[in-house]
Design a protein around this ligand. Structure first.
Ligand SMILES: [Zn+2]
Length: 66
């Protein structure tokens, strides 16, 4: 499969890049994509990504002061 033909999807909700912007992330040598709607989950509730993002159980939630 030509990688240029691949449609990337959000690692959390599976939303395809054709439905909205995806943000590239890199963690532990793996690249993944997350949509702008799920970015707050990665920042504040990374434990919800356990099983979806390798090593997510090691992430620490950012402080949430607002
Ligand atoms: Zn998403």
């Amino acid at each position: 499969m030509n990688p240029n033909d691949a449609t990337f999807t959000c690692l959390n909700c599976g939303r395809p890049e054709t439905a909205g912007p995806l943000v590239a992330l890199r963690y532990n040598g793996d690249q993944a994509w997350i949509c702008s709607q799920c970015l707050p989950v990665l920042i504040h509730q990374p434990q919800r990504l356990v099983g979806r993002l390798a090593g997510a159980e090691n992430l620490t939630p950012a402080r949430h002061d607002h």
